[in-house]
Every structure is written in structure tokens, then in C-alpha cells.
Design a protein around this ligand. Structure first.
Ligand SMILES: [Zn+2]
Length: 338
């Protein structure tokens, strides 16, 4: 069997396959890119050719314009195509709409690039599909034992309880525009919240795309406060990008409750620094238990750890008798979780 590095090797532009002459989630423009999902650190504009799921291609078109790449090809989940000597299959990653793991295989060696992933069910995207492999490339955004995300129902329950306790205050929920925002809205709907939810302009196109792709979000309205109508937002839920809530925009709402949906809300100091009154621990990334359970389930001979807190997970693998190394790839700071 060949060395896994001959199938996929880390470089300054990202993971490169010498046998297939393609990159996975390259951080610089390349001739041929395979893209796991639409977050901007993984999906960049300017490649000559992009292979991704149909949803990811649509997300890229919304964010960068229709001409974001020279050519595009939609990859159906579960199908296998050959690129050079490499068999390539996309499988769902459970991260955001359209997110996929990329399985590459040649000469008896199989590597799974998980991209970003999580294991708990998410009503806005297909669930992570475990693929046994020789090398598993895992993210480690929350790769420390301190990160154990509570259940979604628990966190959404906190928001609903606050709405009940403060019916006169606008609840401003900071959530990243791709994935998190739609998940928060969908989770509210699943919990029975049927009032109109107000969204910041930065979310509009992506919410519309999610709806078109079959994720019902219920009644939405623009979060525009006209003079004298401030009172209409009493007790309302307003969802917007976290950056919007730190500026003047937020002050237009009546006595706002600043909330923030992010895996980082586990760290109280972080919530406090951002002036978050209602931290909601909702992450689109695997927490420590999901990371370690996934590695244990897949049973790879080797684990490559990337973007995040790499060392702790590498150490965990070594203690479990699995060869592991950090990849130190540059340029992946997930906008989905900052
Ligand atoms: Zn991501």
C-alpha cells in the first residue's frame, strides 16, 4: 500500500492530491478545487473549476456572484467519480446545508476529509455519514475536553424562557449568516415558536435559499425599525450577524437582550467580553465527545487533525493507540463559529 501522503498532502494552498491533481478546500485560487461546504474559509472564489454539492454551489453563487468560478460541477451525495487515479465520493457532514465529507481513494488507501462536521441531528441539513477509512482528517475547532455542548433543546429553552420573562424586550440573537442563523430559526419553530422572526438584511438571501432547498423557516420579516415603530419590536426575536449587534444598529430596538448562538459561549469570559447577556451554546462543530466518539467509531489507522486546538486531540489519539498528527493548515478560521 502506498503512503497516504501520495494521495493527499498538506501544502500552503491546502490539501493537494498528486494522484488526482486537485485540491480540497484550497485557500488560494487553483485550477481544480473540491469544496466541502460554503463557509468562506473553505469555499473561496476564483478557482478555475469547482466540484461541490449542488447546495454548496448555490451558496457560493449567493455569496460571490454567479461567476465565482470558471466552471462548476454539482456532485450528488454518495456517488463516486474518478479524477485522475482517484475515486472521489461526497458524503454528508451534518455541518450546514450542503456540507459534505470528501472521501478519496486510490491504490487501496482511503482518506476521509471531514471538512467541518457535527454528529447531533440538525433539522437544516443531512446528518453526518460515518465512512470507515485508513486516514481520517478531522477538524478540532472545539478539540478540548472543556467543550461539551448541551442539547439544542436546552439552549433554545433558555431563549424561550427569556422571551417569557421579558416580554417587553427585543431579543437580539447573534448567529452566523450561513447555517447557524437558519438552524436557530428552525429550532425555534420546532419548539413551537410561531411568531414572525425578524432578520437582518445580511441573512435574507441565505434564508431564502434555505427555504427553496426545503428548510421551512416560518414567517420572517426584515428587522427594519422605522421612526416611531420601535415598540413593535417589544418581545420580538431578531436574528442577525454577531457583528451587527455590537454597533449602533442594535440600539434601535427596545431594551434589547443581547444573545449569541455559538459553541464559544461555553466560555463565560468570552460571552462577557462581547456583552452577551444570554449566551446560547449552539455549535455547528463537533464537541470533544463527538470528536473522540467519531474517531473511535471509524477506527482509522491514522488521524490528521486540522483547524482548531489540534494538540489535545492528537494526544487523545496517541493514548488510544492511533497514530495522529497535526496538519497546521493555514487559513481556516471558521466564519461559522469565529
Ligand atoms: Zn464551516
Amino acid at each position: 500500500m502506498m503512503r497516504p501522503e501520495d494521495l493527499l498532502c498538506p501544502g500552503p494552498s491546502g490539501l493537494y492530491s498528486p494522484l488526482g491533481d486537485f485540491y480540497v478546500d484550497p485557500v488560494r485560487p487553483v485550477p481544480r478545487a473540491l469544496v466541502t461546504h460554503g463557509h468562506s474559509d473553505h469555499a473561496r472564489a476564483g478557482h478555475q473549476a469547482v466540484l461541490a454539492t449542488a447546495e454548496t454551489l448555490k451558496i457560493m453563487a449567493v455569496r460571490y456572484g454567479a461567476d465565482f468560478a470558471g466552471a462548476t460541477q454539482a456532485m450528488p451525495l454518495g456517488e463516486t467519480i474518478r479524477i485522475g487515479e482517484v475515486a472521489v465520493t461526497f458524503q454528508p457532514a451534518g455541518h450546514v446545508l450542503g456540507s459534505a465529507q470528501i472521501v478519496v481513494e486510490a491504490r487501496g488507501c482511503r482518506i476521509v476529509v471531514s471538512g467541518d462536521y457535527k454528529r447531533r441531528p440538525d433539522p437544516t441539513c443531512a446528518s453526518f455519514h460515518p465512512v470507515p477509512c485508513d486516514v481520517f482528517i478531522t477538524e478540532a475547532t472545539f478539540g478540548l475536553p472543556v467543550f461539551r455542548h448541551p442539547s439544542d433543546a436546552h439552549e433554545i429553552g433558555k431563549l424561550l424562557a427569556s422571551l417569557e420573562a421579558f416580554p417587553e424586550r427585543a431579543h437580539l440573537v447573534g448567529a452566523y449568516p450561513l447555517g447557524k442563523a437558519q438552524r436557530v430559526i428552525r429550532l425555534l419553530r420546532d419548539a413551537g415558536y410561531d411568531r414572525t422572526i425578524h432578520i437582518h438584511g445580511a441573512l435574507e438571501k441565505l434564508c431564502r435559499l434555505y427555504e427553496k432547498e426545503g428548510v421551512a423557516l416560518g414567517p420572517l420579516a426584515p428587522a427594519t425599525v422605522e421612526t416611531g415603530r420601535k415598540a413593535e419590536f417589544a418581545g420580538a426575536v431578531v436574528v442577525g450577524p454577531p457583528s451587527a449587534f455590537s454597533d449602533l444598529w442594535a440600539r434601535r430596538f427596545p431594551d434589547p437582550v443581547p444573545a449569541f448562538a455559538s459553541g464559544w459561549m461555553t466560555i463565560r469570559q468570552r460571552a462577557k467580553q462581547r456583552g452577551v447577556e444570554l449566551p446560547l451554546i449552539l455549535s455547528d462543530h463537533a464537541d470533544w465527545d463527538e470528536l473522540t466518539a467519531t474517531i473511535a467509531e471509524l477506527g482509522p489507522a491514522e488521524v490528521w487533525v486540522t483547524h482548531g486546538r489540534e494538540e489535545a486531540l492528537v494526544r487523545w489519539c496517541e493514548l488510544a493507540g492511533i497514530r495522529a498528527r497535526p496538519l497546521h493548515l493555514v487559513g481556516y478560521e471558521d466564519e461559522g463559529e469565529e
